[in-house]
Design a protein around this ligand. Structure first.
Ligand SMILES: Cc1ncc(COP(=O)(O)O)c(C=O)c1O
Length: 379
């Protein structure tokens, strides 16, 4: 018998309630039935993003919303500042480059969070910067950036907005968009929303909408103004991924039933337990100072290659964990705990980690990691 488990930071495992709903016969997206669903989803997303404003929904992967967050709020000649501490921070730069937008990068050592003083200094000497781009959780390194503190700095600049890629932040830890004054928050379906890949989300503050009004960069599919007008009529501009919308209504119901606070707490406990297990095994965290509760990046000990360990997870146990990318390739594995995960899921993945490490000759006492996790999980 072969069972498969996803412990990668997207796509993640799906609840049966969501899977069953998505298997129902498809409805038509211009019928009242879909409009009713859209209205429910709009409200659910506002709850999840903690905003009174509209959350736009695009049928695309998360990067589509990232691109829209460049093409819709910038104009030719605008300058931006971006936090570049991993693969996804780099992506902000790549998108800006594609649109001919000049940017100042803050290069952050992988595994570290951005120093907010750098943001402060650069904005002070370049007050014409129009947008600050960052991640809430940099998935390639397992780092959480200090979003609240960055927002406090950006808020002081009337002409500058803060764009947060919260693709592995929303539904994982608290990012109250309106309360913290975040201007554009992005997420994607295949993470804490417990859905397959295929939907991207973008919520904008009033300050960000003002920039949309003056933006003159080219756009067509990812046109925020067009999508806002349609959303207000419970519609999408184009044919949406209807089955994913049906799943989304269900996953939002699950999140609302559990309650945001409990959802954040669950992620915190699972992340803490994983980190405790890693330390109990004598291994090191890749992001020890500011770890994200979405995933845990584990440094490989001497003589163990991350890619090999990742492959063994799948071969021996049907478990998919993520390896490292670029400069972290072979040096880390990343274990996710965002979305549809519970306490015993973490015990399972840690137990598998122990068995594989033993097989690879890494010295430790069998059970030490599981015990480390259990001590947190029993609290
Ligand atoms: C923080 C972050 N940003 C952006 C993306 C890109 O999303 P997608 O692959 O859905 O385009 C990901 C996906 O892993 C991510 O984790």
């Amino acid at each position: 018998m072969e069972k498969k488990y996803l412990f990668s930071p997207g796509p993640t495992m799906l609840p049966p309630e969501v899977l069953l709903k998505m298997a129902e016969p498809i409805m038509h997206h211009r019928e009242p039935e879909f409009e009713k669903l859209f209205a429910e989803v709009r409200e659910g997303l506002k709850y999840l993003f903690q905003t009174k404003n509209e959350v736009l929904i695009f049928t695309s992967s998360g990067t589509g919303a990232m691109e829209g967050a460049v093409s819709n709020i910038l104009s030719k000649g605008d300058k931006t500042l971006l936090v570049r501490g991993g693969k996804f921070g780099e992506r902000w730069g790549e998108i800006c480059k594609a649109y001919g937008i000049e940017f100042i990068p803050i290069d952050v050592e992988w595994g570290k969070a951005v120093d907010v003083k750098r943001v402060q200094e650069i904005l002070a000497s370049n007050p014409s910067i129009r947008v600050v781009y960052t991640q809430a959780s940099e998935t390639s390194t397992g780092v959480m950036h200090p979003i609240k503190e960055i927002a406090e700095i950006v808020k002081k600049y009337e002409q500058t907005v803060l764009v947060v890629d919260a693709i592995t932040g929303i539904g994982v830890f608290n990012i109250p968009m309106d309360e913290w004054g975040l201007d554009l928050v992005i997420s994607g379906s295949q993470k804490a929303l417990m859905l397959p890949p295929g939907l991207a989300f973008a919520a904008l503050s009033d300050k960000a909408w003002k920039l949309v009004e003056r933006s003159d960069l080219p756009k067509f599919y990812f046109d925020f103004r067009k999508e806002l007008k349609n959303a207000q009529k419970n519609q999408n501009a184009f044919t949406p991924a209807i089955s994913l919308f049906v799943g989304l209504r269900e996953s939002l119901k699950l999140i609302q039933r559990e309650g945001l606070e409990a959802v954040f707490k669950r992620h915190e406990i699972l992340a803490e337990a994983t980190r405790a297990a890693v330390k109990a095994l004598g291994l090191e965290l890749y992001a020890p100072d500011s770890p994200s509760n979405a995933l845990t990046a584990v440094k490989m000990p001497e003589g163990i290659q991350g890619g090999k360990l990742k492959n063994l997870f799948f071969e021996k146990f049907g478990i998919t964990v993520a390896g490292g990318q670029d400069q972290a390739k072979g040096k880390i594995i990343r274990i996710a705990h965002l979305g549809y995960y519970e306490r015993l899921d973490m015990v399972m993945v840690i137990s598998a980690l122990e068995m594989l490490l033993k097989q690879l000759g890494y010295p430790f006492e069998l059970g030490a990691g599981v015990r480390g996790a259990e001590e947190i999980l029993m609290k």
